[in-house]
Design a protein around this ligand. Sequence first.
Ligand SMILES: NC(=O)c1ccc[n+]([C@@H]2O[C@H](COP(=O)([O-])OP(=O)(O)OC[C@H]3O[C@@H](n4cnc5c(N)ncnc54)[C@H](OP(=O)(O)O)[C@@H]3O)[C@@H](O)[C@H]2O)c1
Length: 214
Amino acid sequence: MNVLVIGANGQIGRQVVGLLKESKNHTPRAMVRSEEQAGRFERDGVETIVADLEGSVEQLTRAMVGIDAVVFAAGSGGHTGPDKTLLIDLDGAVKSMEAAEKGGIGRFILISALQANHRENWNETIRPYYVAKHYADRALTESSLDYTIIRPGGLMNTPGTGRVTAAENLEGGSISREDVARTIVAALDEDKTIRRAFDLVAGDTSIAEALEKI
Ligand SMILES: NC(=O)c1ccc[n+]([C@@H]2O[C@H](COP(=O)([O-])OP(=O)(O)OC[C@H]3O[C@@H](n4cnc5c(N)ncnc54)[C@H](OP(=O)(O)O)[C@@H]3O)[C@@H](O)[C@H]2O)c1
């Protein structure tokens, strides 16, 4: 599949692009915010498109021409305020879904966050973040897209183990960004993840087996 990675310059996004580039079945297109970022990917032989999630749905639709699947791994990050959380994690995600629908792209993988589906467990200090994740997830489940929503626990930069726990309702936990990236790419090849949402933390099961059982 030709896969558009939104948030390609991010910590998970970069790893997803690398894995897609190495894979036999997929080819990445990295969506980034600046020409400078694009140059870095292009020097590695990765196709790029410069676009901003604060732009229009039409711009995002153009970024998706020739694409079979979208991976949304963007996020406003902890250094910005709730305004950017709303604009990127919620509106940026929903505009990407609208663009995918307009472009006739079936497959859409969204990185959400553990507990986004349980309002009663939202951390008070980052409540707007959970609101954004929650309603982006809801918009995707109500779309016509062949979605997969992955809700990882706390993200770490430790090396991946290739072993995870994936289930509908986990209480807590953490996971390496590398294993999240591997899970995203594996989900593209596992049809059982279509129109499914699940939590993801470090565990004992191989990623392929965990997704097969989801
Ligand atoms: N931190 C956690 O413990 C945790 C837990 C669960 C889920 N998550 C979620 O996991 C996802 C990925 O995390 P990460 O650590 O890989 O994030 P990250 O390193 O902060 O990457 C986010 C990417 O989004 C891009 N972005 C921001 N605003 C944009 C815009 N207006 N247009 C286009 N791209 C934009 C950034 O671009 P630039 O590179 O140009 O800045 C960056 O490349 C996020 O959605 C996050 O909320 C995080």
